[in-house]
Write a protein that binds this ligand. Structure first.
Ligand code: PMP
Length: 286
């Protein structure tokens, strides 16, 4: 008998077990999981694991996928159907399937996936008898935001915070009070002298494609661009501010944390760059 997985209410052959491409777990890492040991056919510490699962779900405001008793029943059934005596059962819950958009979707049911796998106790015991080696690595979970990774959970939570505050975007601020970038956009200001300022694209931000094109377009219009950090205070008192991304192009920012930027209206520099943007792009007919 082959392996069986549980996917959203159905027990299916492991090889055919699939989730939707727009599952939030797949798109955003917007999900949580638990792994329980199976020993002599019994689930080990299931109460503690489900306690932690519920805590993780609550922290992310993902609906509970069902009663504990129902989840436990499915875990036992997955173990039973896979004939696992020793090994583990894996349980994942994501926010669900919805059109790709960072903020939380409305009216979505959490997705539930469970799998089980056997593990040799003799092998683990032999390993324990010999002992194992470790190496050390910098704890960079996850400061590699320069990589356009799908680990977007912090971005999801930031975008949702913006929506709940009646804003379009959230700007991340580093430990020194400097703006890094938006949850899905790069951040810019225009100084009193008319200089564009955006953070240098090293490890602290994603090197936006739109950001690069805007820099080029600015150069052709004799607008100076300086790559340096700017503080929240500097942004609030800047002449203009704007964000860039492939989906927003150049979008003027008129308010930061409730404080009007400039005269509280989109400024000429941002609107000029927005109008000129497509002069600077590469076009490939679809
Ligand atoms: N920063 C982040 C975190 C983003 O997700 C995005 C958009 N994907 C950007 C910046 C802007 O990048 P681009 O101009 O390539 O769309």
């Amino acid at each position: 008998m082959g392996r069986i997985a549980f996917v959203n209410g159905r027990y299916v052959p492991h090889a055919a077990a699939q989730v939707h491409v727009e599952d939030r777990g797949y798109q955003f890492a917007d999900g949580v999981y638990e792994v329980c040991e199976v020993r002599d056919g019994a689930l080990i510490d299931v109460t503690r694991h489900l306690d932690r699962l519920e805590r993780s779900l609550d922290e992310l405001r993902i609906d509970h996928p069902g009663e504990r008793s129902a989840l436990t029943l499915i875990m036992r059934e997955v173990v039973r159907r896979n004939r696992i005596r020793n090994g583990m059962v894996y349980l994942q819950v994501t926010r669900g399937v919805a059109p790709r958009d960072h903020g939380f979707p409305a009216d979505v049911r959490p997705s539930v996936v469970m799998t089980a796998r056997a593990a040799s106790r003799a092998k683990a015991d032999a390993q324990a008898a010999a002992g194992i080696a470790v190496i050390t690595v910098p704890d960079n979970r996850w400061d590699r935001v320069d990589i356009k990774s799908t680990s977007l959970l912090p971005n999801v939570l930031a975008k949702q915070a913006a929506r709940e505050a009646g804003a379009y975007e959230a700007w991340f601020v580093d430990g020194d009070g400097f703006v890094t970038e938006g949850s899905s956009t790069n951040a810019w200001i225009v100084t009193r002298e008319g200089t564009l300022v955006t953070r240098a694209a090293e490890h602290g931000i994603l090197r936006g494609i739109t950001r690069g094109v805007v820099s080029d377009v600015a150069a052709t219009r004799q607008i100076r661009v300086v790559e340096r950090p700017f503080s929240v205070e500097e942004a609030k008192t800047a002449r203009e501010a704007f964000i860039t991304a492939a989906t927003t192009i150049v979008m003027p920012v008129v308010s930061i944390d409730g404080h009007a930027v400039g005269d509280g209206k989109p400024g000429p520099v941002a609107l000029g760059l927005r109008a000129a943007f497509h002069d600077g792009v590469e076009r490939l007919s679809a």
